[in-house]
Design a binder for this molecule. Structure first.
Ligand code: 13P
Ligand code: SF4
Length: 304
């Protein structure tokens, strides 16, 4: 049954010249039919270069918006229209415009998990895998980091020579994890390395053996000589790793690390979107696109 749906998807995407991009959190049956799977940074870089006329994003809305910003000539679709990232909706343009007035000498660094509209008034975007590198390289040394204060704290610790202003935003899923969860997981799996996403709170990431993006965590676990890992990010990453490395053992840091938005997209949604029956085409006025593009271009320039 799954194989039949996948075969139909492969046939349709070829016929309709569609590139399917999938975030690393997507289910295995989706990553299997995707042209490319990766973290937010890798997806952004890929989006700028794929030759297809159409792109179908299996991930969340800001990821599809990023593709549209970089490739306006393509028709870009979000496979399931309800898949948004709650963090991306936490701060809007007016709110940040007001904060900027208070701190005019600060460079605004926006996590890519923001709306296209908010990006229009930011200076540079970052992703979890590129944030430290970009903040180190960029000119300004006073940084207003939005919206994720946990990622902001992580970057601030790695770049102590710069001054940071953080606001109260972040991922509601990763922020649930507490130090107590780390203590419990370490007790249960004393030989395992702890790998976490920087959207977790400092009390969690400061205990980790490795902190990185979804792709960074996967790469680290695959290449490490260790055999057991506690995975502190969305539960799908532990599942993918267990599938890819059956000889190693992967334990989710907590079973609550489930992002319903990333789980919203199903294989049937992908088929239905390719048939034109669901999904949503991303549209954007040219002024917004051009203004948002500046900070994504800057991210790719400094992150490369
Ligand atoms: P990555 O930068 O690892 O892709 O993370 C995106 C995200 O939404 C994590 O919750
Ligand atoms: Fe957004 Fe958090 Fe879900 Fe990532 S895990 S898409 S940051 S809500």
């Amino acid at each position: 049954m799954i194989r039949d749906i996948q075969d139909e998807i492969l046939r349709l995407k070829k016929e309709k010249d569609v590139c399917i991009l999938a975030h690393s959190y997507q289910a295995r049956e989706i990553t299997e039919i995707a042209d490319f799977t990766g973290d937010s940074y890798a997806l952004s870089v890929k989006a700028a270069t794929v030759p297809h006329r159409n792109v179908l994003m299996c991930g969340v809305r800001f990821m599809a918006e990023t593709v549209k910003i970089l490739s306006p000539e393509k028709r870009v679709y979000l496979a399931n229209a309800i898949a948004g990232c709650p963090m991306a909706e936490q701060m809007d343009r007016d709110m940040i415009a007001a904060v900027k007035e208070q701190y005019p000498e600060y460079t605004v660094v926006a996590y890519i998990n923001t709306t296209a509209e908010l990006k229009t008034i930011c200076d540079v975007c970052v992703t979890s895998s590129s944030a430290v590198k970009i903040v180190k390289k960029m000119k300004g040394d006073k940084i207003l980091f939005i919206p994720d204060c946990n990622l902001g704290r992580f970057v601030a610790e790695k770049v102590p020579e710069k001054q940071f202003k953080l606001l109260q935003g972040g991922c509601p899923i990763h922020a649930r994890v507490r130090q107590q969860d780390v203590i419990k997981a370490r007790e249960q799996h004393p030989d395992a390395l702890l790998l976490v996403h920087p959207e977790c709170q400092p009390e969690v990431f400061e205990q980790a053996d490795y902190v990185g993006s979804t792709s960074g965590i996967m790469e680290y676990a695959k290449n490490a000589s260790a055999n057991e890992f506690i995975i502190g990010t969305e539960i799908s990453i532990a599942e993918h790793l267990q599938y890819d490395c059956p000889q190693k053992k992967f334990y989710p840091l907590t079973k609550e690390l489930i992002c319903p938005n990333m789980k919203a997209t199903t294989l049937v949604d992908v088929l239905s979107a390719l048939r034109g029956n669901s999904g949503e085409e991303i549209t954007m006025d040219e002024q917004t696109r051009m203004a948002a593009k500046k900070c994504i271009d800057e991210m790719i320039r400094l992150g490369g």
